[in-house]
Design a protein around this ligand. Structure first.
Ligand code: SF4
Length: 302
């Protein structure tokens, strides 16, 4: 998975600058959503990571579902997801996600997952089934909702398997997202099981396979990268066919995760946004609390 959402350690919370202090959402509507999701035994990344944007997204009828369980076969040093031996896939999960999306009245759904290197196709067919179920239900319900639910998939790298990537793209998601996460010099430290060039290749392949489907990626900052490295990665992404970009502040989920090296100031995020737009990106969200799925509907479709 590649959603970069973390809760914070006590130490990093204390050290956090004012612009990173925000209360988590509460209230009845929020409780209704939480109960519905737990009843459907579904994981939303939003809840798992106590995302500070949760309420804003829910009120935009957007949410992110994490499929294929909550155990990842990888162990990225920034991520709060459990690492271990995943459970077998649940064949009923795609339909449950679709039902929950409909029941929540969602207009834009992001589907992400843990990385399942244990599966032959890395879970690509499970992604495709989930897209299919949402589109099928949304089609049936389109008369009532007057619009179909848009689906963005935030996919792992499928270990570079082109056929797996094609299976997901053939299911026609509205947006395909794959996070590059950080700069190449930090890959060994931050996400040792991933390969920078392999992720760029996935983005390029996806943009060549379906030229009308927007390709999106995301970067976390504050792990020790330089501004020049960031700019080089932004240019790499654009040159490989990426058109939508998110840039957000890394926050340390627990003391056993990588420490925050730098808290970027809001004006530095503005500078990175300006730079990315000058490179040619169609849509850029760049701010301390930006996460992969933040304002995903707006970034995708204006
Ligand atoms: S691949 Fe890395 S970022 Fe994604 S869920 Fe697994 S540990 Fe987290």
């Amino acid at each position: 998975m590649t959603t970069t959402l973390q809760t914070q350690t006590k130490q990093s919370r204390e050290k956090k600058p004012v612009w990173l202090k925000r209360n988590l959402p509460t209230g009845s509507d929020f409780e209704k959503v939480r109960q519905l999701l737990s009843k459907a035994s579904l994981h939303t990344v939003c809840q798992e990571a106590k995302c500070p944007n949760m309420w804003e997204c829910f009120s935009r009828h957007t949410s992110t579902f994490m499929i294929m369980g909550d155990q990842c076969t990888r162990n990225c040093r920034f991520c709060n997801v459990k690492t271990g031996t995943p459970m077998p896939l649940d064949p009923y999960e795609p339909k449950r996600v679709a039902n929950a999306a409909l029941e929540l009245g969602l207009k834009y759904v992001v589907i992400t997952s843990v990385t399942r290197d244990d599966l032959e196709d890395g879970g690509a067919s499970h992604f495709a089934q989930t897209i299919g179920e949402i589109k099928k239900l949304s089609q049936i319900d389109a008369q009532k909702q007057a619009q179909k639910i848009k689906v963005e998939v935030l996919i792992p790298d499928f270990q570079g398997d082109l056929d797996a990537l094609k299976v997901v793209i053939d299911a026609e998601p509205d947006v395909l997202n794959h996070n590059i996460e950080t700069v190449p010099s930090l890959y060994q430290t931050v996400r040792p099981e991933a390969i920078y060039q392999r992720s760029l290749e996935l983005i390029e392949r996806a943009s060549n396979i379906n030229r009308t489907m927007p390709i999106k990626s995301g970067i976390m900052v504050g792990l020790g990268e330089t501004k020049d490295e960031l700019k080089a990665t932004i240019i790499d992404l654009y040159n490989h066919g990426c058109k939508i970009l998110t840039i957000g502040q890394y926050l340390q989920p627990s003391a056993k995760h990588l420490p925050v090296v730098k808290f970027y100031e809001p004006k530095e995020f503005d500078e990175l946004k300006e730079f990315a737009e000058s490179v040619g990106f169609k849509s850029v969200a760049s701010a301390p609390f930006v996460r992969s799925s933040y304002q995903a509907d707006k970034l995708c479709c204006g």
